[in-house]
Design a protein around this ligand. Structure first.
Ligand code: BGC
Length: 498
């Protein structure tokens, strides 16, 4: 195992939390179409379905808010383990549901677990990672999310051939297995070294850092230096700061809270979940006829999402956060724009017998729309998907990191919820208008990232103070940061030549 083998291992194990996130958000979509499920729950109407689907997101919202406090008080490691137990409880209730109320309560409880994991896992990963591969380790969570979505889709597909209630109980119940694997594996994972120092367990933190960075060698210079940096940062934290949620509203943390919340909101405003939740409707609307064709197109979509995350894992720490996000926004904006034009130009109205209007496309251009949709998913998966989670997990100081991340994560879930709710209405009402709205948001995002978001790649978490205490206009502040870097190098050079 290479030098960072242990860090990769810990990052990969905790990423199973992302798998649960993806699986549980994806599993219901095809179940809603299953005959045995519909019969068992007496054909829920649109409102019933809406409640069943969105109660998970509501649970995630609440879970992520609680996780901030839990992860500080009981450690990141134990919070992840607790979230697994809560998740299993929620999944078991859903799996054994006897009525709608039970299903809804189960969804909410599983949501509490998923929300808690979605906040704690990236924070834990970023705290165990060496700076130069931090983006990569946190991207593993995103990769696991895409695997979760993908596996849920195909398990649903396989189970829809079962001719009994097992067709829906099985895909829901089976997610308990990865949750148990995560729980048991976490027993053997270390505590976050930063959390340990913050809790005055410096000796343990030293051992953990040695395990993560140098195969257990406690005298390794990098290990000793990193420990000193963490100790120093925690010392300064204690002297200067009050540890409360109120600090999130004050200088100098407020700016980072705004950026963290903004990046999570923008991640949802890419519109990714319109495709993740309603792909089959959109595929049908774009002229793809037949259930099988749209099912297949949706399955391929999941594979594309998973595969396109791989370049991010490999290169995100080289590309940096700013450029990648601007590039991703451009890709998303252009693909939406082409979709809007293609749909708008060829749309025709079909008035049904009951007077309702359907907007359809002839088969020709639909392929252009589908290709654009896949290109959009690629643009998202390589950029906004991972960085939406990486950036908030790395910009805050230790004392406030998990509290701040609980707020940024909750904003993600809130917008996920809102989009899930309004998208189906807008798809029906304004069709390509929705694409145009997303295109405009994405073009605006290029400017927002350029102006406000400083680059954070390859920085120690302890270094972020310097990056974020300058001008709020990130593009103007680059010179000051470059000067700081030069001075640092100068110091290091002088130290080495002494
Ligand atoms: C987002 C999810 C989305 C998923 C798709 C995640 O980063 O937060 O809302 O469903 O990516 O891959």
């Amino acid at each position: 195992m290479g030098k960072n083998g242990q860090a990769y291992l810990v990052g990969a194990i905790s990423a199973i939390g992302g798998f649960l996130f993806g699986y549980d958000t994806g599993v219901m979509s095809s179940i809603l179409e299953m005959d045995y499920w519909k019969a068992y729950f007496h054909n829920p109407g649109p409102t019933g379905v809406g409640v069943i689907v969105s109660l998970l997101t509501a649970g995630c919202f609440v879970g992520s808010l609680f996780a901030g406090w839990l992860a500080d008080r009981f450690s990141r490691k134990r919070t992840i383990m607790t979230a697994c137990v809560v998740f299993c409880l929620g999944a078991a209730i859903q799996c054994g549901s006897r009525n709608r109320a039970m299903l809804i309560v189960g969804r909410f409880i599983a949501g509490l677990g998923v929300g808690c994991l979605s906040m704690t896992v990236p924070v834990f990963q970023s705290e165990i990672a060496p700076a130069h591969i931090r983006g990569r380790l946190v991207s593993l969570q995103q990769w696991a999310i895409t695997w979760g979505l993908l596996v849920a889709f195909w398990i649903d597909y396989g189970c829809h051939f079962i001719k009994s209630d097992a067709s829906w109980r099985l895909p829901i119940g089976i997610q308990i297995v990865p949750a148990l694997i995560l729980f048991v594996s976490m027993i053997f994972m270390p505590y976050s070294p930063r959390w340990l120092v913050d809790n005055d367990r410096v000796e343990e933190a030293h051992k953990v850092l040695a395990r993560l960075r140098s195969g257990g060698n406690m005298n390794d210079t990098e290990v000793v230096e990193e420990l000193e940096e963490i100790k120093e940062a925690v010392r300064i934290d204690r002297e200067t700061a009050v540890r409360s949620y109120l600090e999130l509203l004050r200088f100098p943390i407020r700016r980072r809270v705004i950026l963290g919340v903004l990046i999570q909101i923008l991640q949802q405003l890419t519109g990714i979940n319109v495709i993740m939740y309603y792909a089959s409707t959109i595929f049908k609307q774009s002229g793809l006829s037949g259930d099988n064709a749209s099912l297949l197109a949706q399955g391929i979509n999941g594979v594309v999402n998973m595969l396109a995350t791989i370049p991010a894992i490999l290169w995100i720490d080289r590309w940096g956060r700013r450029k990648t996000l601007m590039f991703g926004s451009l890709g998303c904006g252009v693909t939406y724009f082409i979709q809007a034009v293609a749909t708008g130009a060829t749309q025709n109205k079909v008035v049904n017998a009951d007077g309702s209007v359907d907007l359809n496309l002839p088969t020709g251009p639909s392929y252009l729309v589908i290709v654009m949709m896949y290109l959009f998913v690629i643009s998202f998966a390589m950029t906004w998907g991972p960085i939406g989670w990486i950036y908030p997990s790395e910009i805050f100081p230790m004392r406030i990191r998990s509290k701040a991340n609980s707020i940024t994560t909750a904003s993600n879930w809130l917008f996920n919820f809102i989009i899930g709710l309004v998208a189906p209405i807008l798809i029906k009402k304004i069709t390509w208008g929705l694409d145009l709205i997303f295109a405009i948001i994405m073009f605006a995002a290029i400017g927002i990232i350029y102006v406000f978001f400083p680059e954070t790649k390859n920085r120690n978490l302890e270094d972020m103070e310097v990056i974020f205490t300058g001008s709020a206009w990130a593009y103007k502040d680059r010179k000051r940061i470059a000067e700081y870097d030069n001075a640092q190098h100068h110091n290091i050079d002088t130290k080495e030549s002494v």
